[in-house]
Design a protein. Structure first.
Lengths: 236, 130
């Protein structure tokens, strides 16, 4: 269980998160959505312990999220930062020396599922291949929380589909919680259980995706538009 | 390729309908084991929790039975499967008639049009099922 209690985070002159309190239940795939600059990445970084809140607390299974939380939390950053001279297989082994809990058998299964060649050098990989490598680095770890910042952005539709299927195939919902940020609302809608909508650093809605369809008869994209409009009117 | 879900209805219900159609088409036979939750989730590109809900819905309707530790199976009760088949037929006809009525066709025109279509369709021998 991930818990934020009255969390505020500011960067020099901008509020990234504004008094956010929320609890994310275990065993779910949670989509964090909202416009650019709404606080999605900051939310993930706080849970990953890579960033400290100015006010409030962030805990993962009761433990305060600081640098050491990486034992329990896998974090896939938006940008990749690999050693170009390593092969794919060597990159995974290198990450396994830095972070605990890597299941090398699962990593090998994922490589074949995602049609990646373990012997290929990182410098020769396409953007789509690097996107899939990042997914392996995040999901091959046996940890209760997996955070993925924009796992689909900038990738072609076929790679996006293989990443969605990779998440479904390799995460263990009986033991893991996945939080991902995205703008690809249509593509993630069938994948996620719960949607969290941020606007200007505030958490404005959190709902079960199927409940939105049942109660409001809207798909995710239309619901996000409607929610943003409604909040906009209130602000004026 | 993943099949799109339409936007109005919950995904778990749409998936239940798709599996029901497979059963009516006999692609899944009475007593046959359904693919696991995980396999179904990967095939349709949906969350495993959603598939779990779909299976619960199908079970509530009596179309499938879950046997502890063995998996989920299509029911062998023929009356339930007959009812499912009849219901799908009604739903299809209802949506066809709704569309035609909206376009301004009278019941007589619809009946005549359908009869003519069926006649020429089957005379040509073009009876492959979609």
């Amino acid at each position: 269980m991930i818990k934020l209690d009255h969390v505020t985070k500011t960067y020099t002159n901008r509020i990234a998160l504004d008094d956010v309190s929320v609890t994310f239940p275990a065993g779910k795939i949670i989509g964090v959505v909202g416009a650019n600059g709404s606080g999605k990445s900051t939310l993930l970084k706080l849970i990953a312990g890579l960033s400290k809140p100015d006010r409030g607390t962030v805990t993962v299974n009761g433990v305060r999220a600081d640098r050491k939380i990486c034992r329990d939390v896998a974090y896939l950053p938006e940008n990749d930062d690999f050693y170009p001279f390593l092969t794919l297989d060597e990159t995974i082994r290198f990450f396994a020396t830095q972070f605990g809990g890597y299941d090398m058998e699962r990593a090998a299964d994922m490589m074949s599922f995602l049609s990646l060649d373990p012997g290929q050098k990182v410098k020769n990989m396409s953007k789509g291949q690097r996107g899939r490598l990042k997914l392996i680095l995040a999901l091959a770890r046996d940890v209760p929380v997996v955070l993925m910042d924009e796992p689909l952005s900038g990738l072609d539709p076929m790679v996006r589909e293989s990443i969605v299927r990779g998440v479904i195939s390799f995460m263990d919902l009986s033991r893991q919680t996945v939080l991902l940020t995205t703008h690809e609302l249509d593509e993630v809608e069938p994948l996620i259980d719960t949607v969290v909508l941020l606007k200007a650093g505030r958490l404005i809605r959190m709902e079960e995706v199927d409940q939105i369809r049942e109660d409001e008869g809207l798909n995710l994209k239309d619901w996000v538009k409607a929610a943003y409009q409604k909040i906009g009117e209130k602000d004026e | 390729m993943m099949k799109e879900f339409d936007s109005s209805q919950p995904i778990y219900l749409q998936l239940a309908q798709r599996i029901s159609r497979r059963i009516v088409r006999n692609e899944l036979r009475p007593g046959e084991k359904l693919p696991s939750v995980r396999e179904t989730a990967v095939e349709w590109g949906v969350n495993p929790n959603t598939v779990q809900r779909t299976f619960q819905e199908l079970e509530r309707m009596g179309i499938v039975e879950t046997r502890r530790g063995q998996g989920t199976f299509v029911t062998e009760q023929q009356d339930i499967l007959d009812r499912l088949r009849a219901r799908l037929k009604e739903e299809q006809i209802e949506s066809f008639v709704r569309d035609m009525t909206e376009l301004g066709f009278t019941p007589e025109e619809i009946t005549r049009g359908l009869q003519e279509f069926l006649q020429s369709h089957f005379e040509k021998g073009a009876s492959e099922h979609d």
